[in-house]
Ligand binder design. Structure first.
Ligand code: FAD
Length: 430
């Protein structure tokens, strides 16, 4: 089959990889001059199956109210005259019940487990290198209340096969000596040894090179303008080409992997997607003293920040702002990232060396992505990965390729259009 993949972020490139492996002729359309130049550029670096608890959970509505208007809030709704934002906000509130939150957590966890093992297989097969570390993820809490609230989700995760263990202070410092400074303030911590970290930009660009070696045709510098349909089937994709002219690209199947920009195009084809951009920030610091910087990937619950060691750099990322598509860097948020990093790891780097970045997470209300068929024949979805697109990247690409091939992915996940498919075995949950 000839398959057109729209978008060359992590989800588009992994889709292309698995489709090419299955023997399809693959074309990737991307508006930037290379792969992974938007949200898959400077993220937190975590392959975190253990971060399966969605933002939409029973404690979220109260927290959001408290955080409204606070410049340093971890999750901030800046209310706008934007019907899409309000609609998304209401859907988010509906996902906050304990039943919905549990359902979503199970989807996220199953996909995460499947995806992490797909990444490990891909790594073993290709030898791809991307400053990755298999040192686990340690989640630390300075608030007793937040730690107590984390125990139940951690228990559910263990029940579902994700070994997120509760550990004490001594164990924290044994696993990551660079945390010694903050240890006396810790209320508790959890550790998931099977989780990983690595540079999503390096991975995606190197995988794009491997795809090209397998014959995938990347067209950079082309903008997807419209999806063309007729009688409920895809007939083509209209693009502004490399030279600025208009062209229609046709194939037997189409994969929509445009991150936060997916809903506008899908809507034209009559496919409603509830995706809203959640802007986040990262700072990357050169490690000046390796003994003072962590190697285990970390999550700081108080500030909702993640830290990943990427070779001789330390990446810190976090915060989420629902405020449209702007990418301007807010200096207050940028400085807060570095201040907190150097408070925990004094002397590991210097603030003036930080490189700042902002990206738009393609967030769905329940944090569960759209993967699978759509109601338009020939149009497949691989989008809406929110906070976990790196974690879910390989599994999503592999699953969408299998669905296009008419096969059932071996993971229990709420794929779109699955009514046409057989029930999946519960492999990931086993
Ligand atoms: C601060 C921050 C920290 C994060 N940390 C983590 C983490 O630690 N772990 C984790 O798992 N996830 C993390 N994420 C989430 C993760 O980065 C995203 O979920 C993921 O990058 C989304 O990938 P994507 O391929 O869907 O979108 P993108 O990477 O945005 O790719 C979409 C592509 O489509 C292209 N495109 C868009 N519109 C058009 C058009 N009209 N025509 C042609 N091309 C177009 C874009 O140029 C882009 O290349 C983080 C995100 C942020 C912002």
């Amino acid at each position: 089959m000839k398959v057109i993949v729209m978008g060359a972020g992590i989800t588009g490139v992994t889709s292309a990889w698995y489709l090419a492996k299955a023997g399809h002729e693959v074309f990737v359309l991307e508006r930037n001059a290379g792969a992974a130049r938007e949200t898959s550029f400077g993220n937190g670096g975590q392959i975190s199956v253990s971060h399966a608890e969605p933002w939409a959970n029973p404690s979220a509505p109260l927290k959001l109210l408290r955080w409204l208007g606070r410049e340093d809030a971890p999750l901030l709704f800046r209310l706008r005259a934007d019907p899409d934002q309000w609609k998304w906000g209401l859907q988010f509130l509906r996902e906050c019940t304990s039943a919905r939150s549990r359902h979503n957590m199970i989807q996220i966890l199953n996909l995460g487990t499947y995806s992490r093992s797909s990444l490990q297989e891909l790594r073993a097969e290709t030898g791809i290198r991307y400053d990755h570390l298999q040192r686990g993820i340690l989640h630390f809490y300075t608030s007793q209340k937040e730690f107590d609230a984390a125990l139940e989700p951690a228990r559910i995760m263990r029940e579902m096969g994700c070994e997120r263990q509760v550990i004490d202070r001594d164990e924290v410092v044994r696993l990551e000596p660079a945390l010694a400074q903050i240890a006396p303030r810790l209320a508790g911590a959890t550790y998931t040894s099977a989780d990983e970290s690595g540079d999503v930009h390096l991975f995606t660009t190197r995988l794009a090179e491997l795809c090209a070696q397998r014959g995938v045709n990347f067209r950079y510098g082309v903008r997807v303008q419209a999806l063309r349909t007729e009688a409920g089937s895809m007939t083509g994709v209209e693009i502004a080409s490399e030279t600025g002219g208009y062209e229609t690209v046709t194939g037997d199947a189409y994969v929509l992997a445009l991150g936060s920009f997916s809903p506008q195009l899908a809507r034209q084809a009559g496919v409603p997607l509830s995706i809203y951009p959640a802007k986040g920030y990262s700072a990357t610091l050169p490690v000046l003293d390796p003994a003072l910087a962590p190697e285990v990937s970390l999550t700081d619950d108080e500030y909702k920040l993640v830290f990943s060691r990427l070779g001789d750099r330390l990446r810190v990322a976090g915060t989420a702002e629902l405020n449209g598509y702007g990418l301007a860097l807010n200096p207050v948020r940028c400085e807060a990232l570095v201040k907190r990093t150097l408070e925990i790891f004094p002397g590991m780097s210097r603030p003036e060396l930080a490189q700042y970045w902002a990206g738009l997470r393609p967030a769905t209300p329940g944090n569960v992505p759209y993967i699978g068929a759509s109601k338009v024949r020939g149009l497949y979805l691989n989008t809406g990965h929110g906070t976990l697109g790196w974690t879910h990247g390989c599994g999503s690409g592999r699953a969408v390729a299998e669905i296009i091939d008419g096969r059932q992915p071996e993971v229990d996940f709420a794929f779109t259009g699955r009514e046409a498919m057989q029930p999946a075995p519960r492999l990931a949950a086993a």
